[in-house]
Design a protein around this ligand. Structure first.
Ligand code: DQA
Length: 146
């Protein structure tokens, strides 16, 4: 099986961006963690990061028929994007929504997500480890017998 890892706007700055909120791991560290976690469970990973909403929508469309599930940290698009929601529901792939920080402990505009009610699971505030939890959960959903 294959998992699409999607990171949205500004997550390319991980490691240097507000480390008191997001920690010191870089995006490369996150991709490596997801690849390691997925490999242990028999899954491959395709990874994309973009600062552009449309590029993320395109990547999700391209996952149809190619990937079995999506791990997504949509960044600020979480709180604004009906298009990302529609892309994810449109391709009928189970997805895990990940936020490194505890969005519920932050500004009120971060409390609402356009994705959470259609997500398989939502992991917030677990740091970058949340990405690994997401992979583990999706792998369990996809291969319940293993
Ligand atoms: C984030 C939380 C969002 O509110 C913020 O815009 C991000 C990162 C997180 O991982 O905690 O860019 O998704």
């Amino acid at each position: 099986g294959r998992i699409l890892l999607v990171n949205g706007p500004n997550l390319n700055l991980l490691g240097t961006r507000e480390p008191e909120i997001y920690g010191s791991d870089t995006l490369d560290d996150v991709v490596a963690l997801v690849e390691r976690t997925a490999a242990d469970l028999g899954f491959e990973v395709r990874a994309i990061q973009s600062n552009h909403e449309g590029a993320l929508v395109d990547a999700i469309h391209e996952a149809r028929g190619d990937c079995d599930a999506v791990v997504i940290n949509p960044g600020a698009l979480t709180h604004t994007s009906v298009a990302l929601r529609d892309a994810l529901t449109g391709v009928h792939l189970p997805f895990a929504e990940v936020h490194i920080s505890n969005v519920h402990a932050r500004e009120p505009f971060r409390h609402h997500s356009y994705l959470s009610d259609v997500a398989s699971c939502v992991i917030v505030g677990a740091g970058v480890q949340g990405y690994a939890f997401a992979v583990q959960r999706l792998a369990a959903l996809l291969a319940p017998a293993r």
